[in-house]
Design a protein around this ligand. Structure first.
Ligand code: NAP
Ligand code: 8YV
Length: 327
């Protein structure tokens, strides 16, 4: 147990720019140490001797952890932690926490907004009004696509996938899903393969975590199986998609349209996707409201407070759930 006044001696390393509310709370409670980025070559002797925690947006490698021998916990901001080497952390007695649940509804709202933007072309319709085309040229052309009559497939029926499914149900769309495992007690049709899912639906929403098991899972074959009336929405991770294959599928009409909030190499978006007029693009704003980012910041810092005052974390990731505090 560490008393509140002792927490102020605990050094928390914060790489780069971080959420303002989280920084404010860390400054009030702990001793914050800044570093330009999570690069082992930038670790000083002072950091090596003192840093017991990292609070970050992700991007924590095994080498960076190894450069900090006193490191006990990585509090990652966000539910997806594919850019933190959690397996290495678990093997070396380091706790990793993330921020699940508090962002679920916000991200599901964004997914639905992105889907509607994609099928009904709303961003271009608004641009038509703003640039005076409505007055000069008349009504905006009818949208080629509609949600009416569509059937949706969720790739990743987890917390956010389920919140999206519930919304789609309210919109009158039948829903099916693919995970590695069937979700017990869930009545939506389950497909044991992604190919099977896309053959059964015309609207694919990807909300799986990034990482090796989902790397480029949505490839040319999957897009072709989705079909010419197909709509693909990605609110999960850009690494899940073969972006070159997606750009080709959009250009050739292999699928009808795509809505993308996430990209493989953010903030760099491939030119072919920027040029695709049948794509609706967002700059990774799934959880990006002040309300939800504040809740994520609180959970991120609450994990640090709990770890150093009660010696347990609140939301450990599965790879480090076994890790115990050292004393
Ligand atoms: P979650 O509850 O852990 O759900 C993930 C789901 O994906 C699980 O149902 C899991 O089921 C499935 N899955 C994992 N690996 C798979 C694989 N290889 N093949 C098929 N299914 C797989 O996570 P969540 O809270 O819903 O968040 C999901 C992801 O959304 C995050 O990891 C993050 O990448 C992304 N996200 C994006 C934003 C944004 O701003 N765009 C915001 C928040 C989250 P099985 O284990 O049974 O396969
Ligand atoms: C955030 C996210 O944009 O939670 C996630 O996995 O992708 C988003 O909520 C991100 O975590 C902030 O860095």
């Amino acid at each position: 147990m560490t008393r509140p006044e002792q927490l102020q001696t605990v050094a928390i390393l914060v790489p780069g720019h971080f959420n303002d509310h989280a920084v404010e709370r860390i400054d009030r409670t702990f001793r914050r140490v800044g570093i330009e980025r999570a690069d082992p070559s930038l670790v000083t002797d002072e950091m090596r001797d003192n840093v017991r925690a990292i609070a970050s947006f992700g991007g924590i490698s095994a080498a960076f952890m190894d450069a900090l021998p006193k490191l006990e916990i990585v509090a990652s901001f966000g539910v997806g932690y594919d850019s933190v080497d959690a397996r290495h952390a678990g093997d070396h007695g380091i706790m990793v926490t993330n921020t699940p649940d508090v962002l679920t509804e916000e991200v599901a709202d964004t997914a639905i907004g992105l889907l509607i933007n994609t099928v009904r072309d709303l961003p271009r319709a608004e641009a038509w009004l703003r640039d005076g085309s409505w007055q000069r040229k008349g009504n905006y052309p009818l949208s080629r696509l509609t949600l009416r009559g569509r059937s949706a497939g969720i790739f990743g029926m987890g917390r956010i996938g389920l919140a999206i499914a519930r919304r789609l149900e309210a919109f009158g769309l039948p829903v099916a899903y693919h995970n590695r495992r069937r979700v017990e007690g869930l009545s939506y049709p389950y497909h044991p393969t992604l190919k099977g899912l896309v053959e059964a639906v015309d609207t694919l929403i990807s909300v799986v975590p990034g990482g090796a098991s989902t790397e480029k899972a949505v490839d040319a074959e999957i897009l072709s199986a989705l079909g010419a009336n197909g709509v693909f929405v990605n609110i999960g991770r850009g690494s899940t998609v073969d972006e070159a294959a997606l750009a080709t599928a959009l250009a050739k009409g292999t699928i009808a349209a795509a809505g993308l909030d996430v990209f493989a190499d953010e903030p760099n978006v491939p030119r072919a996707l920027l040029d695709a007029t049948n794509a609706s693009l967002l700059p990774h704003v799934g959880s990006a409201s002040e309300h939800t980012r504040r809740a994520m910041a609180d959970l991120c810092v609450d994990n640090l407070v709990s770890w150093f005052s009660e010696r347990r974390s609140i939301t450990p990731v599965p790879e480090t759930a076994h890790v115990k505090a050292r004393c």
